[in-house]
Write a protein of this length. Structure first.
Length: 196
C-alpha cells in the first residue's frame, strides 16, 4: 500500500509540475555563413517564435566583430521596425539577455526597452529605457508566464545574445488537486476498511 501511495503521489507531482523554454539561447548552432539569417524563417527556434525583423549573424560580418557576447553568433534587430517580438503559445519566464550596439553600424540604437505581455495581452512588466553601447550590457528582467516580449528602441541597430529563460510551471486545472485528494482519501479509507 505504501508503494502504491508513494507512486500515486510521485506521478501527481509530475503531472502538476511542468514547463517549457528553459535555458540560454546563444544562436551559435545556426549556420549563418558570414551573412544574416532570418530567425522568423526558422520559427519556432529554441521553442519560441521570432518576428520578421529578427536576424542571426556571426562576428565575421563586416562591422559586427564585437556583436557576439559568447561564441560567434548573435541576434540583430531589423531596421524596418521599431519593435521586434519573441512569443510563445506556452508561457515562459524571461530572465534577461545581453545587448550592445554593433561597432561598424552607422546608425546605432541608444536604448532598448523590453515589455512583457501575458496570454491576454496584458502588460506584465517593462524594463524601461536602458542605455546601450558598444560593450555588452546584461539587461535583467524577472517576467513570469510571458506570452510575448516586445523589444523597442529609439532607432538604429542593436545586437542581442544569450537570451535567457527559465521554465514556467504549468497551472493545473482547478479540479485536478481535488480529484487527487479524493483518490488518496479513498485509498486510505479502503486500506482501513479491508485489513490484510
Amino acid at each position: 500500500m505504501k508503494k502504491t501511495l508513494f507512486a500515486l503521489i510521485a506521478s501527481s507531482t509530475l503531472l502538476l509540475a511542468g514547463g517549457a523554454h528553459a535555458g540560454v539561447t546563444s544562436f551559435d548552432e545556426l549556420a549563418t555563413d558570414g551573412d544574416f539569417t532570418s530567425l522568423n524563417d526558422i520559427s519556432p527556434y529554441a521553442g519560441l517564435n521570432w518576428s520578421g525583423d529578427w536576424f542571426a549573424g556571426d562576428n565575421t560580418i563586416d562591422g559586427y566583430a564585437n556583436a557576439a557576447h559568447s561564441g560567434a553568433n548573435f541576434a540583430v534587430n531589423g531596421f524596418g521596425s521599431d519593435a521586434v517580438t519573441v512569443d510563445s503559445a506556452t508561457g515562459f519566464n524571461f530572465t534577461g539577455a545581453w545587448f550592445a550596439t554593433p561597432a561598424g553600424a552607422a546608425d546605432k540604437a541608444n536604448w532598448i526597452n523590453i515589455s512583457a505581455y501575458d496570454a491576454a495581452n496584458q502588460l506584465i512588466g517593462t524594463t524601461g529605457n536602458i542605455a546601450i553601447g558598444a560593450s555588452y550590457l546584461w539587461v535583467g528582467a524577472a517576467f513570469s508566464n510571458v506570452s510575448s516580449l516586445s523589444i523597442t528602441r529609439d532607432s538604429g541597430w542593436y545586437v542581442m545574445d544569450d537570451f535567457t529563460t527559465a521554465a514556467a510551471a504549468t497551472v493545473p486545472e482547478p479540479g485536478t488537486g481535488l480529484m487527487l485528494g479524493i483518490g488518496l482519501l479513498a485509498l486510505v479509507a479502503g486500506r482501513r476498511r479491508f485489513p490484510r
